[in-house]
Design a binder for this molecule. Structure first.
Ligand code: NAP
Length: 262
């Protein structure tokens, strides 16, 4: 589905970024996987290459404009173009969750908002500048249901996710006339990732729930009465990145399994 597409993933050493990289490579894309630290992205690239795919790792801080720009130029010089830009960056939940809003200090509140929105803006803007020349490309990112519903003790994370979804719409309004689609994914929790356990831990004591009970609680809010897997999320991402999804832009795909109505 992604034969010969050139894809750059930011935060590719993480659970979602890594799963996306493997799925895109399996579908024929040429991957440029990036992260703040080299070792985790190199491991992802090595696995892809061992499986017969194409991947190159690079150390790129997705908040560093110069580093993102330099790397994109390297991608253009090496592969000739960039077709897919996916921002899968995530900051540690332990830094931002667990404190009631009335006690939250301004820095802790602002951290997720500025980090998520700025990183998405930077990577999208710099990719779009290259994509415009080809009148083709897909810019993607990941959010969470906190963008659309009130959840206690998540600090600035909800506003951060809402900002990214608003940015997806705005980018699309300006870029779609140039042939560039902009699409977000809003998955349910995937309990196989470290992120979900970290999000649970600050609440564990207060709620008195075990990890298993918490997963059951989240699962109970879905129509399917279960949580999703990274593979299920990556399969939707492949479709959205492909030309098969040419009608989809300016939107965030609701993958909350019924937890959140459109
Ligand atoms: N996991 C889920 O079930 C789930 C569900 C819905 C939404 N989400 C959201 O999806 C996003 C990613 O989740 P995840 O589970 O994949 O998290 P993760 O495993 O922690 O991955 C996030 C990756 O982003 C990297 N990163 C952080 N800051 C960066 C920067 N400035 N430049 C480049 N890379 C950077 C991290 O690397 P270092 O920090 O080591 O540099 C890490 O490899 C988060 O916003 C999360 O809230 C997750």
């Amino acid at each position: 589905m992604l034969n010969d597409k050139v894809a750059v993933i930011y935060g590719a050493g993480g659970a979602i970024g890594g799963a996306l990289a493997h799925a895109f490579a399996r579908e024929g894309a040429r991957l440029f996987v990036t992260g703040r630290l080299r070792a985790p992205v190199e491991a992802v690239a090595n696995d892809i290459v061992s499986a017969g795919g194409s991947a190159e790792a690079a150390e790129v801080d997705a908040l560093d404009e110069e580093a993102v720009d330099k790397h994109l130029q390297f991608v253009i010089d090496t592969a000739g173009r960039v077709d897919i830009s996916f921002n899968a960056v995530g900051i540690l939940d332990t830094k931002i969750l667990g404190v009631p809003l009335v006690q939250l200090d301004v820095e802790q509140f602002s951290l997720p908002i500025t980090t998520y929105a700025t990183s998405y803006f930077l990577t999208a803007r710099l990719a779009a500048r290259r994509m415009v020349a080809n009148r083709s490309g897909v810019i993607m990112t990941i959010t969470a249901l906190h963008s659309r519903t009130g959840i206690p003790l998540v600090g600035g994370y909800g506003p951060a996710m809402a900002a990214k979804e608003a940015l997806t719409r705005q980018l699309s309004a300006e870029l779609a006339p140039h042939g560039i689609r902009v699409v977000g994914l809003r998955p349910q929790a995937m309990p196989e990732t470290r992120t979900i356990k970290e999000a649970f831990e600050p609440r564990a004591k207060a709620s008195g729930m075990t990890w298993e009970q918490w997963q059951e609680l989240l699962a109970g809010r879905t129509h399917a009465r279960r949580l999703m897997t990274l593979t299920e999320m990556a399969n939707v991402a492949v479709f959205m990145a492909s030309d098969q999804a040419s009608a989809m832009t300016g939107t965030t795909v609701n993958m909350t399994m019924g937890s959140l109505d459109d």
